[in-house]
Design a protein around this ligand. Structure first.
Ligand code: FMN
Length: 215
């Protein structure tokens, strides 16, 4: 049995979002194809993500200097236990599904905030003789992304280099050992009329369906 972690990072709802519709279709297809697997979902905009601020930087420092968890303030404990829960879930998962829109050629900020909480030194990577070494192995990831422009389905190879959010996610996961990474891109939405957008969404949902069965 595998555990699949589905991370939705979109402030919108399914009725107005291409990536969420495709993401839900991916998850439903996956569920039917792999009924024995456990699927854990997070909606980062509905749930919120703890921000890294001076107070949790302070509590991390206190812990490394010998202060015990019980000696931290109630607020510090709440923040730390939420972070630890998210980290443990991330480390335990076998497969990751990230669902997000492109914002300014990057990932939405809550996805970055989530990654800053779960990708951490000594847990997901360690300092090796030749640089960082990932501690996560035999895992795979899918990134379902929607964008106004066309980056990956473009004839112009330069366009793909502008998608820094997807490249970053792939590089970051690769650094912690998750090398099996695939993107599913629903693109060109700013230039499509509603019918064309719906047709394109349908095409990409079919692609997602195929990937979900084999994921
Ligand atoms: C704040 C913001 C920034 C955006 N930046 C980009 C961008 O850099 N490139 C792009 O192609 N589309 C950009 N878009 C458009 C969205 O990526 C596009 O509307 C996408 O289809 C939204 O995802 P959805 O279809 O799942 O709702 C931006 C939209 C917003 C709201």
């Amino acid at each position: 049995m595998s555990t699949v972690l589905v991370i939705k990072a979109h402030p919108a709802t399914e009725d107005v979002s291409n990536s969420l519709v495709i993401g839900d279709h991916f998850v439903e297809t996956y569920r039917q194809a792999h009924p024995e697997d456990q699927i854990i979902g997070h909606d980062l905009y509905a749930e919120g993500v703890p921000e890294i601020n001076s107070s949790n930087l302070d509590s991390w420092k206190k812990l490394t200097s010998g202060v015990t968890y019980q000696e931290l303030s109630e607020n510090e404990q709440i923040l730390l236990s939420r972070q630890q829960q998210l980290q443990e879930q991330f480390i335990q998962a076998d497969k990751y599904v990230f669902i997000s829109p492109m914002y300014n050629l990057f990932l939405p900020n809550r996805l970055k905030m989530y990654l800053d909480l779960v990708i951490v030194s000594t847990k997901t990577w360690v300092e090796g003789a030749h640089g960082p070494e990932g501690t996560l192995h035999d895992k795979k990831a899918i990134h379902i992304q929607s964008s106004g422009g066309t980056y990956h389905h473009s004839d112009n190879a330069f366009m793909a280099t502008l998608d820094m959010g997807d490249a970053y996610l792939k590089a970051l996961l690769g650094q912690v050992g998750v090398k099996d990474y695939q993107g599913i891109y629903c693109e060109g939405n700013s230039h499509r009329d509603p019918d064309d957008m719906a047709a394109n969404r349908e095409t990409i949902a079919k692609e997602a369906e195929k990937v979900a069965k084999e994921f």
